[in-house]
Design a protein around this ligand. Structure first.
Ligand code: NI
Length: 192
């Protein structure tokens, strides 16, 4: 296993359509996935796609809650390093709800920045695991967001390209100031 260098926005490997994996159980796929997981954890990311380590193959890894939150509980599905790790090869997404939600995203290939990105709130993803097993899961909230972000990498898409207002693309060092200013605006709006 090795920590790989992460490609940054502007490198062509991030802009191309990645190739399907012919055999998910091949030893070289297992070796690449091991490197991807080590790289993701080292970089403190919630997910990583193979093109981000200069391998244009349709493979993503991510950590997100596997199950949707129980109905009736307003539970935010937040990123948690203890969350189940998913390896997904040749993934496909089926959108379940037309509902769109804005949420903050970052990307290891766009270091230092955060952006407010619209994503579908609920979907089913399908693909294969390292043993060739079929994976099919329903995801919502943060889990659905991570899957959409990672699968976008396989189609040459980075999150700023999904943004509807680049005024919401900020340096993470300014996030606190940005949020404070936004909260103040809302407070004033309520007072008015
Ligand atoms: Ni990313």
């Amino acid at each position: 296993m090795a920590i790989r260098k992460i490609a940054r926005m502007g490198h062509p490997v991030l802009a191309r359509i990645a190739e399907p994996v012919a055999d998910p159980t091949a030893p070289e796929v297992r070796a690449l996935v091991a490197d991807m997981i080590e790289t993701m954890i080292d970089a403190n990311g919630a997910g990583l796609a193979a093109p981000q380590v200069y391998e244009p193959k349709r493979i993503v890894v991510f950590q997100a809650p596997a199950e949707r939150a129980p109905e009736g509980i307003d539970e935010e599905e937040a990123f948690d390093h203890t969350a189940k790790l998913t390896v997904l090869i040749n993934p496909e997404i089926e959108i379940l709800s037309p509902e769109i939600e804005q949420g903050w995203e970052g990307c290891l290939s766009v270091p230092g920045l955060r952006g407010l990105v619209p994503r579908h709130t609920e979907l089913i993803y399908r693909g294969f695991g390292l043993d060739g097993e079929r994976i099919e899961r329903r995801a919502r909230g943060f889990h659905a967001r991570v899957v959409q972000h990672e699968c976008d990498h396989l189609d040459g898409m980075l999150y700023p390209q999904r943004m509807t207002d680049l005024g919401n693309l900020i340096f993470e060092t300014e996030a606190r100031a940005w949020l404070e200013a936004r909260a103040k605006e809302e407070e004033e709006a309520v007072d008015a």
